[in-house]
Design a protein around this ligand. Structure first.
Ligand SMILES: NC(=O)c1ccc[n+]([C@@H]2O[C@H](COP(=O)([O-])OP(=O)(O)OC[C@H]3O[C@@H](n4cnc5c(N)ncnc54)[C@H](O)[C@@H]3O)[C@@H](O)[C@H]2O)c1
Length: 434
């Protein structure tokens, strides 16, 4: 059993801390957000993540997991300090490192014993060395510390399972012994563990996210070509995915990627490349295709309605993907802004993200359910494929709508059936109305 401290209780920090506690370690999760820590101490989850609350409660009850805002308390006798704070985008695409810097400062100020600092945040290549410098500069009595990079690959919505059953664990360090000690923490998961150098581990995370984002942009580009040529991208993706060299994952055409990771990580990678004199053409194309994909969806609404001014559009799904309340860079939010700019009124519903949207876009009307969204709407657009949207009562929806346009941004509905019911149905990458 190890004594672990996890800094940051966002999706990654909270899941990491809870899962290590569940594996039998003694974990303290720390956050500077007092409200978050007080929620956690009262058994309230600050994020929506399926299955997480129960495991948190079990491990708190077993005395293996606790929460604090105090660095000295969190670091007391800790053998491993995991940094899992946010690394959002700056205006120019660069990763904003202020949270990592503050976490490193606080570790330096409060460190009185040797420790392994493990960086789980997605950070620019070279950050491990930079964190080491910060700690050495500020703590001249440093009793000895090592830095290990351990990028996280969990997905919101299936985060606990992804953490407990990872495809691989990546560790990078200049200190092999330190990396091996971190590897021991993961041994119980029986996953492949790859140990490499610090910078390579940091790069593996960016390259992985950029690759996945590229696959989605690729299939969205193919979807747009399919629409012009009368092919069906769903079948194209199915046929492509049967090829073992390609595989079926991340080939669903839609409104493009969003969320807390892909947008900022692709931008940060392009920024890093540019600062070193490279011109990452593919990354720029991947980002351009992604932002155009939202505009293309709005064009479908405009075409179906003969203009957007004065029209009421209902949006189903506001989080960036199902099973999360995270709305960071959600396609729905970009689309809503484009619609409002064009003079439309927007209503929306999401099973978990309503609170977040209320704060970001107070102008839109938030409804209690999909049927309220449809009431008197000229069109509805599906932006996030929550399960509960998969089998709606379209007869009821048709009767309550003012118009009859449907844009299915994730291709989850049966277009032929909806057209037979009198809807003007648009999917993504499928034969659509001219
Ligand atoms: N969200 C994901 O699905 C995901 C997946 C893989 C990797 N990542 C990466 O993991 C990192 C964390 O992501 P997230 O989504 O969990 O972040 P988040 O923004 O949801 O949470 C970060 C937390 O860190 C806290 N924090 C900030 N500064 C702090 C400090 N100095 N000391 C203590 N706490 C501090 C914040 O209050 C916040 O609660 C990012 O680099 C992200 O790119 C995220």
């Amino acid at each position: 059993m190890a004594k672990i401290c996890v800094i940051g209780t966002g999706y990654v920090g909270l899941v990491t801390g809870t899962c290590f506690a569940d594996m039998g370690h003694r974990v303290t999760c720390l956050d500077i957000d007092k409200n978050r820590i007080s929620q956690l101490n009262n058994g309230v989850m600050p994020i929506y993540e399926p299955g997480l609350q129960q495991i948190v409660q079990q491990n708190v009850a077993a005395g293996r997991l606790d929460f604090t805002t105090e660095y000295p308390k969190a670091l007391e006798e800790t053998e491993f300090a995991f940094i899992a704070v946010g690394t959002p985008s700056n205006e120019n695409g660069e990763a904003d490192m202020q949270y990592v810097r503050n976490a490193a400062d606080s570790i330096a100020k409060n460190l009185d014993h040797s420790i392994i600092i493990v960086n789980k945040s997605t950070v620019p290549v070279g950050t491990g060395d930079w964190v080491a410098e910060i700690i050495s500069e500020q703590n001249h009595n440093t009793p000895g510390f090592c830095i290990v990079s351990n990028p996280e690959f969990l997905r919101e919505g299936s985060a606990v399972n992804d953490f407990m059953e990872p495809d691989r664990v990546i560790l990078g360090s200049t200190d092999l012994e330190a990396a091996q000690k971190v590897a021991e923490l993961y041994e119980a998961l029986r996953a492949p563990i790859m140990i490499t150098d610090l910078r390579t581990a940091e790069m593996i995370k960016y390259a992985s996210n950029a690759f996945l984002a590229s696959r989605i942009s690729f299939i969205n580009e193919i979807a747009n070509i399919c629409e012009t040529l009368g092919a069906d991208v769903r079948e194209v993706a199915r046929g492509m995915g049967m090829d073992k060299r390609i595989g079926p994952a991340f080939l669903d055409a839609g409104l493009g990627w969003g969320g807390s990771c892909f947008p900022k990580d692709v931008k940060a990678l392009a920024y890093m490349a540019a600062t070193q004199g490279s011109h990452p053409q593919l990354l720029h194309a991947v980002m351009d295709i992604n932002s155009n994909q939202r505009k293309n969806a709005v064009k479908k609404l405009e075409q179906g309605l003969g203009g957007l001014k004065g029209k009421t559009i209902g949006i189903l799904g506001l989080s960036f993907k199902p099973n999360t309340d995270d709305t960071r860079d959600a396609p729905a939010l970009d689309i809503i802004q484009l619609l409002m700019k064009a003079g439309a009124t927007v209503k929306g519903f999401d099973p978990q993200a309503m609170q977040a949207v209320k704060e970001i876009l107070p102008e839109i009307t938030l409804c209690k359910n999909p049927y309220e969204v449809a009431e008197n709407a000229d069109a509805i657009m599906l932006a996030t494929e929550w399960n509960e949207f998969k089998s709606l009562d379209f007869k009821k929806i048709k009767e309550s709508m003012r118009g009859a346009v449907i844009v299915d941004g994730r291709n989850i509905w049966d277009g032929n059936m909806l057209r037979a019911m009198g809807f003007i149905y648009y999917g993504i990458g499928v034969p659509n109305p001219k």
